[in-house]
Unconditional design. Sequence first.
Length: 367
Amino acid sequence: MGLGIGLVGLPNVGKSTTFNALTKAQNAESANYPFCTIEPNKAIVSVPDDRLWELAKIVSPERIQHSTLDFVDIAGLVKGASKGEGLGNKFLDNIRETEVILHIVRCFEDENITHTEGSIDPIRDIEIIETELLLADMARLESRISSLTRKAKGNDKNAKAQLGIAESLLGHIEESNPVATFADKEDDAFIELNKEMRFLTSKEIIYAANVDEDCLEGDNQFVHKLKEYALKLNREVIKLCAKTEEEMVSFEEEEKMEMLESLGVSESGLDQIIRKGFDKLGLMSYFTAGVKEVRAWTIRKNTTAPKAAAVIHNDFEKGFIRAEVISFEHFIGHNGEQGAKEAGKIRLEGKEYIVQDGDVMHFRFNV
């Protein structure tokens, strides 16, 4: 399942460096000048999940397969991007195709790395980017309203319904409010409009505070400001040192943990970003565990058993009979499927069952 998370931010904030570390491949050119990234770099990233290793200890499979996410590194935006400045609307369209925005914010000082605005100010930087996203949504919506107005005059009932909600939304945006805070988001006309328009400011945003190594254990003034700002908007801040994360790409797991411990942190900022992005996309994993493979299968939260089975193969849904389910905790606690069976911890679930995160499943079907 490929659902995108777009990395955005001003030039020279560390997006490409973060992308390199995320993908564990040095395939996004990094340089000390704006617009180093010309085409959006795309990559599939494994979602870290220690539960897979716990399952593997019991099953001893030939291979392990994680859930994955798509990450897209989008060129640095500048003031006026919504009007074509810098690399302009092309890159706003790239953001539109993603589901969640990871906004890389520079929270470190380094005279050797140029800042396009001349100083370090995370709130100003955020407002530059988010203003451009808002202006782009406004221009797109104004064009849509013109089209809807023409159709409404021809007694198109659907156009009339959408026109009312579109005009209300435009007033909301014109007061510098993102689409995400629009009061009528549950209205059917809005849902249809947003599905078609893919408004930039309707997307979930995670802030990644890019700091230097000295700031990983404690927050500097820039991170404090960013966290205060994010709290008001009910958004999350994840702190990382992109340079250090990139350096750790080639490390063995033990070396990586030693490095993190020496920096006063217990977990990689990138691992936090991947997991948080997975959650923001409304995704979760269930497992299959056999001698050939221990695998995490990606589904949306609140998915029924037949729909979850379809992720493996469409025939599993078409011929679904029932699912054999063991919770992850019971699978581990009883040392595998046989132990769980002897303890009465295997459940047979039907078509209405809502799969839970971490379920270990086997599907019975007949086609």
